[in-house]
Design a protein around this ligand. Sequence first.
Ligand code: GAP
Length: 479
Amino acid sequence: MNKQHLDKIISLCKRKGFVFPNSEIYGGLKASYDYGPLGVELKKLISELWWKEMTRSHQNIVGLDSAIMVHPDVWEASGHIANFNDPMTDNKDNKKRYRIDDLLSRQKSKVIDAICSKLNMENTSNDDIYNDIAQTLLSDGAKSDGVLENAGVIDPYSGSIGKWTSAVQFNLMFKTDSGPSEKTGKSIYLRPETAQGIFINYLLVQNTMRLKVPFGIAQIGKAFRNEIVARNFIFRTREFEQMEMQYFVHPSQDDSSMELWKQKRLDFYLNHLGVKSENLKFHQHNEDALAHYAKDAYDIEYNFPFGWGEVEGIHNRTDFDLKQHEKFSGKNMTYFDTKSQEKYHPYIIETSTGLNRLFLMVLCESYFEDTENNRVVLQLPYELAPIKAVVCPLVKKDGLPEKAMSVFDALNKEFPCVYDEQGSIGKRYYRQDEAGTPFGITLDHQTLEDESVTIRERDSMKQTRVSIDKISTFIHDNK
Ligand code: GAP
């Protein structure tokens, strides 16, 4: 897969009703997308699989749906106001603004060599160096002035070397006011992660559900980040959905719990989302790149058409968050173990993934150009297919449409189906191949004689004659 495949997937998404560019009639809003009829189903199916796996498969993990807007002190306590920043620079010539790590990552070795030699930094690995450079630029504004320009960093927009400003910190949280024209109170922020809603509710959840450590709290919900560079379709957007689970453990169990969740989460990708193992890898954060709250962190990365990209983070957040909330709220955030009589702040192992990224990953993994048969097939696992079967009368006469409609009505009660009588049967099948529909059911003249239909399987294109009353058994056995 290469970048061109991404363009083809974007085009398929629009054509088939998975994802539409947002506000298109007004010229669009950058990096904002709407999920169409098939997209909303696919997104729901992925999130349901996650929910089932994280809550119903564990007797000690429960759900929560906390608010997007919370008390502003939450973000002081969490460290997001102080630390949730990206270093940026502007080109003084054309006022274009870039994230420094992104700017450098596009121009790699040439520029990095020049900057490293100017700043006397050791240039060990291109992939790890961006943060170091950004940090150095930020920690010494005077020294950083002119560094990017002297190193020949090109503005991707103008194509020539930019007149770059010193690095400035840019907080990624969206700020707003609560209530009509409130001027005096503190600003409210749209949450940049769902996790904090879990931390501030953890004792209420633990008490009401009478949970004992170790236990987990899972949540699915929207998060917002004012990303400077939003790109690669739905991979990085400013509004997205997170699926997070915070697992509360005794501090002595943090490492073993981390290992457990790394394995469980990888299994989810392999066994539930049908991703091939060669397209997945772990990336451990080195110490400099760790988030302000983390002791240890691994990303699960997927091999996207534009390169490896993070789909999930598994973090050891220690007791950082609970202690911070205790400090800022003045409320005791300790857990009391009635058996051992021990009082402590549990450590938190977090699994955090983006629903929209999983959506894109699933599409990339299933997209297949079947050149032999001149068709595009979305080889979605049955569980993720928005439509499970298309029902087609071979011709629009002789009572076949009526008969097909009655088959459709019966099957549609069991699983989502569509009815299609438009165009040649080949075209109808190919339309559904692109939508990822696993089965095609066709009624023909023989149906009128013996109550049998043809069932065509999406990937193999194999056709089998089955009696109408056996259709759902066939689908169940062959899905
Ligand atoms: N609570 C921890 C946390 O938020 P993160 O690594 O910043 O950690 C977790 O984000 C996941 O959220 C990422 O692995 C990614 O799947 C998703 N995510 C983060 N920013 C995103 C964005 N701008 N657009 C889409 N998904 C995003």
